[in-house]
Design a protein around this ligand. Structure first.
Ligand code: PHE
Ligand code: ZN
Length: 881
C-alpha cells in the first residue's frame, strides 16, 4: 500500500545478477497461526557481473525476519540493512552460505501471493515475484538453483506434504507432527517453487515415456472432489504423448503432480513437477461441467504441462521476456487442441478472443509490445498481448518456416538453451539459425505495439487476364510509440471463381497452371505491395488472410454478395465463418445507424436458413457460424460506440432471424436432440451447441414451444451443457416466472459445488434480464458469495462489467460507479484482482462522450483512493494520462 509513485522498471536497464545461488535448502514449520521458514542458500559472486564488490541484495515482502547467519555465524543487526522490500548485506565474501529465518502468516494472506491458505490447505503461488513473500531471496528468474525442501506440519490436518521434485525422506515428529523432504534435481528460478500441505486425496495413474521410463501421475484434490479428476488425468496423458510426438519433448522427473485449490488468482501454475490449478480449471464431471469447461481444462492441463520445457527447462531471463514462455506455450497448447479436436473451431475461438479483447487492449491505454520495454507492476503484464498475440507471433514464424524447419528451430532452441534463462531474441535466433531465414524485420512484432492495419484494394484487367491486389500496411501509434515501421506479415490467400472453384495462383505471367498453388502465403514487408495474378479469365473473389495468418485488421470493400458467396464456398473453413461474421457485423452496423427493422438483409436470413438445414457441412463449424458477433466485438469495431444502440440493433437482428427461421430452429433442435450416451467428441459437442443455439433463439422471441423445450431439457438433462443451455435460454428470456424457478431449482441442486455455483452466478450476471445492477448487488449479498475467492468475484463483478455490456454501460453511470466501488474495496485485500477488474473502465476514451465522461470520473475516484496499491496505480494512472 502506497501513496508515492511506484518505480518503473526498464528493460534497457537489465543487469546480470551480482550473486548467484547454487542450492536452496528450505525447512518449513507450518502451524495454525503462522509458518517459520528456514532457508539456507549457497551463494557466490557472479563471474559475469561487473559489480565485483556489490552487496548481497535479497528481495522480501511482508516478512518478519528472525535470524540471519553467514557461514554459520549469526549476524548482528549492524551487519545488514532491512528495508521494506530488501535485505542488504554490505560485506560478503566471494562464496558463502547464508541462513535466513523468517516468520510469515499464511492464514492472513488475502493477496494469494506467496504462501497462503485455501479451504484449510497451505499452498503457494510464486510467479512472478512472490517467492519473496516466503523468504528473502534474489527473486528474479535468471537466478537458478537446486532446491531441497523439508515440510513439517500437523499430521492430522496436513497428512499430505508436497513440493517440487522427488520425495526423498519422510517421518514422524513429536506432538503429532510429521515431515516430508523433497528434492528437485533441476535448477530452477524461484518463481517455479511450490509447496502444498493439506488433507487431500489423490488420483493415481502412470505414463510410460517414449524412452520407456515410467512416470507416476498424481492429481490431489479435496475428498469431495475425488470423482472429478478423470478428465484432467486423460488430458495430461494426451499432452505428454503429444509433446513427445510433436516436439520430441520427454518428461524428466519420476513424478508429475497436479493440485486443485479453490482460491487462486489465475488459472493454473506450472511449478516444476507440482502444477497448482484453480479448481475451476481442473475439476470436471459430466453433471457439473459444460463442454466448454471440458475443453478448457484439457487446454490448460496441456498448457501447464508443456511449460515443463517451454518455461521451466528453458526459462525467461527477466520478466520482459514473459512471452518467451507464454506466447510459445499458448501456441503449443493451441496446436494440441486443434489436433485433438476441431482445428477450424479452435482457430475461430482463438481469433474471436484475439480480435475482441487483444485488439482492444492493443488500442487502449495499456497497449504494450509482446516484449514490453517497461513496467511498474509485472502482474499487470499477464495480458492478452503477452499470451495471445505472443502465440500469434510464434504461429507466424511457423507459417513462414513451414512445419519441418520450425521443428528444427524448436529442437535447436531447447538443445541450445536447456537449463538457461533466455530472451525472446534467443528464440528467434534459434529459428533463424535452424532455417537459414532472416527474421530481422520480423522481430518488430516483439517491439512494436498496436495492431497493424492492412488496407486491401484490387482491380481486374479483363483484356490481359490479370488480377491486381494492392495491400497497404500501417501500424497505429500507441502510448509512447509513434512513427512505426512496416512489419513482416505472412498473408495467406486464395482466389475463387464464379462457381466457387479455387483458381490457380500464378504470380508471374509464367505459362502452365500445372503447379500453380490454390493457396499462397504472400510476405508483406513494405508499406505497400501490389501483387499480380495472371491467367485469370474472370474477376475472382479474393479469400484474404486465410486461417487468420497474421494478427492484423483487414479492410477491404467486400460487397454483401461476395460475403454470402464466401460463406458458402470458401474452402478455408475459417474464412467461411469470417465472411459470415463480416456480413452480420455489416447488417448490425447498418441497423445502428438507421434503425429500420424492415431493412434487415434478407441474404443473412437465407444464409442462416441454409446453415440450419445443412447437415453435410462440419456441424461444429455450422454451430459457430450461427453465433452472431458479440456486443464486445461490435463495440471494438466501432468508433465512439453507443452501447445501447448496439445492444438494441443486435437484439433486433437476432429476433428477426429467430422469427423468420422459427420452424427451421425447431427442426434443428429436434434433429440434434440428445442421442445415446454423453460423449465429448467434436461431433456431439457440435450437436449440443447447435441445439442450445436454436433454443436460445426461440426463447429470444418468447416462443411458447421453445419455452416448453427449455423446461423439458432442464428436467431431462444428464449433463451440464444441456442443463446450462436451457437455464441460460430461460434466464435471457422474458419468461420471468420460469426464470426464477429455474434459477432457484438449479441453486438448490448444486449449492454444495463451488464450481457450479460460479456458473450460476455468471449466468445471471451476464444477462441483461437477470443481471441489472440491483440484481448484481443482491448476488453480492448471497450467502455463497465470498470476497476472498477470486472465482466468485470474477463470476459476479467481472462477468457483469465484461459481458453484460448494456447493463454495465447504463447511461446513468451506475454500472461504472458500482465497479469503482468494488475495485476500491478489493484493492486492500487482493490488489492483483482489483487491477484486473478495473480493465473495462480503462477503455473510456473509446466510447461516445456521454459514456466516456462518466467512465473517466469513476476512474478518477479510484485514483484518489487513499493507499492505492502499485498494481492499481499503474493501470489507473496510465489510463488517465
Ligand atoms: N504462468 C501461469 C501460466 O500461464 C500463469 C500464472 C501467472 C499463474 C502468474 C499465476 C501467477 O500458465
Ligand atoms: Zn503459461
Amino acid at each position: 500500500m502506497r501513496t508515492d509513485q511506484p518505480k518503473t522498471i526498464y528493460l534497457s536497464e537489465y543487469k546480470v545478477p551480482a550473486h548467484l545461488v547454487d542450492t536452496v535448502d528450505l525447512r518449513f514449520e507450518l502451524f495454525e497461526d503462522g509458518a517459520r521458514v528456514h532457508s539456507t542458500l549457497s551463494v557466490r559472486r557472479n563471474p559475469e557481473s561487473a559489480e565485483v564488490s556489490a552487496p548481497l541484495t535479497l528481495d522480501g515482502d511482508s516478512l518478519k525476519l528472525e535470524h540471519v547467519a553467514l557461514n554459520g555465524e549469526e549476524l548482528a543487526a549492524s551487519d545488514y540493512e532491512e528495508t521494506e522490500d530488501q535485505l542488504v548485506i554490505a560485506k560478503v565474501p566471494a562464496q558463502f552460505e547464508l541462513t535466513v529465518v523468517t516468520w510469515i502468516e499464511p492464514q492472513n494472506n488475502t493477496r494469494l501471493e506467496g504462501l497462503y491458505k485455501s479451504s484449510g490447505m497451505f499452498c503457494t503461488q510464486c510467479e512472478a515475484e512472490s517467492f519473496r513473500c516466503i523468504t528473502y531471496f534474489p527473486d528474479r528468474p535468471d537466478v537458478m538453483a537446486r532446491y531441497r525442501t523439508r515440510i513439517e506440519a500437523d499430521k492430522s490436518s496436513c497428512p499430505v506434504l508436497l513440493s517440487n521434485g522427488n520425495d526423498v525422506e519422510k517421518g514422524d515428529l513429536e506432538n503429532g507432527r510429521h515431515f516430508v523432504t523433497w528434492e528437485d534435481p533441476f535448477p530452477k528460478p524461484s518463481y517455479l517453487f511450490a509447496l502444498v500441505a493439506g488433507d487431500l486425496v489423490e488420483k493415481k495413474d502412470t505414463f510410460t515415456t517414449c524412452s520407456g521410463r515410467g512416470i507416476d501421475l498424481r492429481i490431489f484434490v479435496e475428498p469431495r472432489n475425488a470423482a472429478k479428476c478423470e478428465h484432467a488425468m486423460d488430458s495430461l496423458k494426451r499432452s505428454m504423448r503429444w509433446d513427445e510426438e510433436t516436439y520430441g519433448r520427454e518428461y524428466d522427473l519420476d513424478i508429475f503432480m497436479i493440485v486443485a485449490v479453490d482460491d487462486f488468482n489465475m488459472g493454473a501454475m506450472e511449478n516444476k513437477g507440482l502444477n497448482i490449478f484453480n479448481s475451476s480449471c481442473v475439476l470436471a464431471s459430466q453433471e457439473t461441467a459444460t463442454d466448454l469447461a471440458f475443453q478448457q481444462i484439457e487446454a490448460i492441463v496441456a498448457h501447464e504441462y508443456f511449460h515443463n520445457w517451454s518455461g521451466n527447462r528453458v526459462t525467461c531471463r527477466d520478466w520482459f521476456q514473459l512471452s518467451l514462455k507464454e506466447g510459445f506455450t499458448v501456441f503449443r497448447d493451441a496446436t494440441f487442441s486443434a489436433d485433438v479436436g476441431s482445428p477450424t473451431v479452435k482457430r475461430i475461438e482463438d481469433v474471436t478472443l484475439l480480435r475482441t479483447a487483444q485488439f482492444a487492449e492493443d488500442a487502449g491505454p495499456m497497449a504494450h509490445p509482446v516484449r514490453p520495454a517497461s513496467y511498474m507492476e509485472i502482474t499487470n503484464f499477464y495480458t492478452l498481448t503477452i499470451y495471445e498475440k505472443g502465440a500469434e507471433v510464434v504461429r507466424m514464424i511457423h507459417t513462414l518456416l513451414g512445419p519441418d524447419l520450425f521443428r528444427k528451430g524448436s529442437d535447436l532452441y531447447f538443445e541450445r538453451h536447456d537449463g538457461q534463462a533466455v530472451t525472446t531474441d534467443d528464440f528467434v535466433k534459434a529459428m533463424e539459425d535452424a532455417s537459414g531465414r532472416n527474421l530481422t524485420q520480423f522481430r518488430l512484432w516483439y517491439e512494436q505495439a498496436g495492431t497493424p492495419m492492412l488496407t486491401v484494394s484490387d482491380d481486374y484487367d479483363a483484356k490481359q487476364g490479370i488480377y491486381r491486389l494492392t495491400i497497404q500496411q500501417s501500424v497505429p501509434d500507441t502510448p509512447g510509440q509513434t512513427g512505426k515501421q512496416p512489419q513482416h506479415i505472412p498473408f495467406a490467400l486464395g482466389l475463387l471463381g464464379a462457381s466457387g472453384e479455387a483458381l490457380p495462383l500464378r504470380l508471374e505471367s509464367a505459362q502452365g497452371a500445372a503447379n500453380a498453388p490454390e493457396e499462397s502465403v504472400l510476405e508483406l514487408t513494405e508499406a505497400s505491395h501490389t501483387f499480380e495474378f495472371h491467367g485469370l479469365a474472370q474477376k475472382p473473389v479474393p479469400s484474404l488472410l486465410r486461417h487468420f495468418s497474421a494478427p492484423v485488421r483487414v479492410v477491404y470493400p467486400w460487397s454483401r454478395e461476395q460475403l454470402v458467396f464466401l460463406m458458402s464456398h470458401d474452402p478455408d473453413g475459417f474464412n467461411r465463418w469470417d465472411a459470415g461474421q463480416r456480413l452480420a457485423v455489416d447488417v448490425i452496423q447498418s441497423l445502428v445507424s438507421s434503425p429500420d427493422v424492415s431493412e434487415i438483409e434478407p441474404r443473412l436470413v437465407e444464409a442462416c436458413r441454409a446453415l440450419l438445414g445443412d447437415s453435410a457441412l462440419d456441424q461444429a463449424l455450422v454451430a459457430k457460424m450461427l453465433q452472431l458477433p458479440s456486443e464486445a466485438y461490435l463495440i471494438e469495431l466501432a468508433d465512439s460506440p453507443d452501447v445501447a444502440a448496439i445492444h438494441r440493433a443486435r437484439e433486433q437482428v437476432l429476433s428477426h432471424l429467430a422469427t423468420s427461421l422459427r420452424d427451421e430452429l425447431v427442426a434443428c433442435y429436434h434433429r440434434n436432440a440428445g442421442v445415446g450416451t454423453y460423449e465429448i467428441t467434436p461431433e456431439s459437442i457440435a450437436r449440443r451447441s447447435l441445439r442450445n443455439t436454436a433454443l436460445a433463439w426461440l426463447l429470444m422471441i418468447n416462443d411458447d414451444a421453445g419455452r416448453e423445450l427449455a423446461l423439458q431439457q432442464l428436467s431431462d438433462a444428464d449433463n451440464m451443457t444441456d442443463r446450462m443451455g436451457a437455464l441460460r435460454a430461460l434466464v435471457n428470456s422474458d419468461y420471468a416466472d420460469e426464470r426464477s424457478t429455474a434459477l432457484a431449482d438449479f441453486y438448490e441442486r448444486f449449492q454444495d459445488d463451488p464450481q457450479v455455483v460460479e456458473q450460476w452466478f455468471s449466468v445471471q450476471s451476464s444477462s441483461d434480464r437477470a443481471g441489472q445492477l440491483p440484481q448484481i448487488q443482491a448476488l453480492l449479498q448471497h450467502p455463497a458469495f465470498d470476497w476472498k475467492n477470486p472465482n466468485k468475484i470474477r463470476s459476479v463483478v467481472g462477468v457483469f462489467a465484461g459481458q453484460n455490456l448494456s447493463a454495465f454501460h447504463n447511461p446513468d453511470g451506475s454500472g461504472y460507479s458500482f465497479l469503482a466501488d468494488q475495485v476500491c474495496r478489493l484493492d486492500d485485500s487482493n490488489p492483483q484482482i482489483a487491477a484486473r477488474l478495473v480493465t473495462p473502465l480503462t477503455r473510456w476514451q473509446k466510447f461516445a462522450p456521454a459514456y466516456s465522461s462518466l467512465m473517466r470520473s469513476a476512474l478518477e475516484r479510484i485514483r484518489d483512493k487513499p493507499g492505492l496499491s502499485a498494481d492499481l496505480y499503474e493501470v489507473v494512472h496510465k489510463s488517465l494520462e
